[in-house]
Write a protein that binds this ligand. Structure first.
Ligand code: FES
Length: 344
């Protein structure tokens, strides 16, 4: 089942890699002391585009909400108790309301269908905001969004306009009817280029990156083929840093095959080098909990038992204390060796 929405990777080249990563680490909240759950009322449900609805969320008492910055998302607990992450796409200056927008997926995407069934007046539980896609505008700024990838990028464009930054946006989609928030983008002026495929053709790497300036920053959110194009063409632009948010699990890098024993059920599963432990466990146990599949949300946490090789922690969530206690996020982490024993 494909995810409804995935969380981010921050990447860059050369010396900017270290600096961007350091910023990311120092700015993320301590997961052990994360924000508390909030029960919010849906004040408005709007159809923003084909298969896209937005929800405007407020506190039932009308009080102010925790502050957020462009790039932040909410963890939303759905009526089924599944938890999914959605970017905040409203205005950070509006402390009375959050806005999320969700595209209904045609395959999988049970979370997106649940969101689309919600109506004004209902309540949802959210946690956050958290920021996995921090906006560090340095130098000329190129924003690239594909489809529902506009959700984290729209507040960045608004912030660029508010601060008088040198920014450009390329926003692509199949058709205008499938693209959200066109009116809001047009009100930001001619720095936003709305580029439907049926009017301009499917974008090439040059179409996407033509506005990347030497020494500038590129922020990109969209489908996997778009991210692949941007990553492939980025080095030739002379821009200093690339930051992107992906919608799918990252490929396994430097993976080695291993056996995972599910101690409580007694089974042993073979995990190939190019698959995550979670994906293999899900084949055998479809009800295992997961959400982001990128080592961020913590949903897939499992307890490692004696008999395992040392864990190769690859997540961005667990504290040192949680790791020392034997916790592991099986969507991204593996072992230094070939044997993993889990309390599953
Ligand atoms: S599913 Fe989110 S951390 Fe593993």
């Amino acid at each position: 089942m494909p995810p409804d929405r995935m969380l981010s990777v921050v990447t860059a080249v050369g010396d900017r890699y270290t600096r961007a990563l350091r910023f990311f680490r120092s700015s993320r909240p301590d997961p052990g002391a994360g924000p508390a759950d909030l029960r919010l009322r849906i004040a408005e449900r709007r159809v923003e585009a084909d298969e896209v609805v937005s929800l405007r969320l407020v506190r039932p008492d009308g009080g102010p909400l925790p502050a957020w910055q462009p790039g932040c998302h909410l963890d939303v607990t759905l009526p089924s108790s599944r938890r999914r992450q959605y970017s905040l796409c409203g205005d950070p200056a509006d402390r009375r309301a959050y806005r999320i927008a969700v595209r209904r997926l045609s395959t999988g995407g049970g979370g997106s269908r649940e969101i689309h069934r919600l109506t004004a007046g209902e309540t949802v539980t959210v946690r956050g905001p958290r920021n996995a896609f921090p906006f560090v505008a340095e130098g000329p700024l190129l924003l690239i969004a594909g489809g529902i990838g506009i959700t984290p990028v729209l507040p960045m464009a608004r912030e660029g306009a508010r601060r008088g930054l040198d920014w450009r946006l390329v926003y692509t989609g199949r058709t205008r009817a499938s693209m959200s928030f066109l009116g809001e983008l047009e009100r930001l002026g001619d720095r936003a280029f709305i580029r439907p495929d049926d009017e301009y053709g499917v974008p090439s790497v040059d179409d996407l990156l033509a506005g990347a300036a030497a020494g500038g920053s590129v922020y990109c959110c969209g489908p996997a083929p778009m991210l692949a194009l941007v990553r492939a063409g980025f080095r030739a632009t002379g821009a200093r840093s690339l930051h992107f948010e992906r919608f799918s699990p990252p490929p396994v890098v430097d993976g080695r095959p291993l056996d995972v024993e599910l101690r409580r059920s007694g089974g042993v599963l073979r995990v190939p080098a190019d698959r995550s432990v979670l994906s293999v466990v899900r084949d055998a146990r479809p009800n295992v909990a997961y959400s982001c599949q990128q080592g961020f949300c913590g949903t897939c946490r499992a307890r490692v038992l004696p008999g395992s090789d040392p864990v190769d922690h690859r997540d961005r969530r667990l504290t040192d204390a949680q790791r020392a206690a034997g916790d592991m996020l099986i969507c991204v982490s593996r072992v230094h060796g070939d044997r993993l024993v889990l309390d599953l």
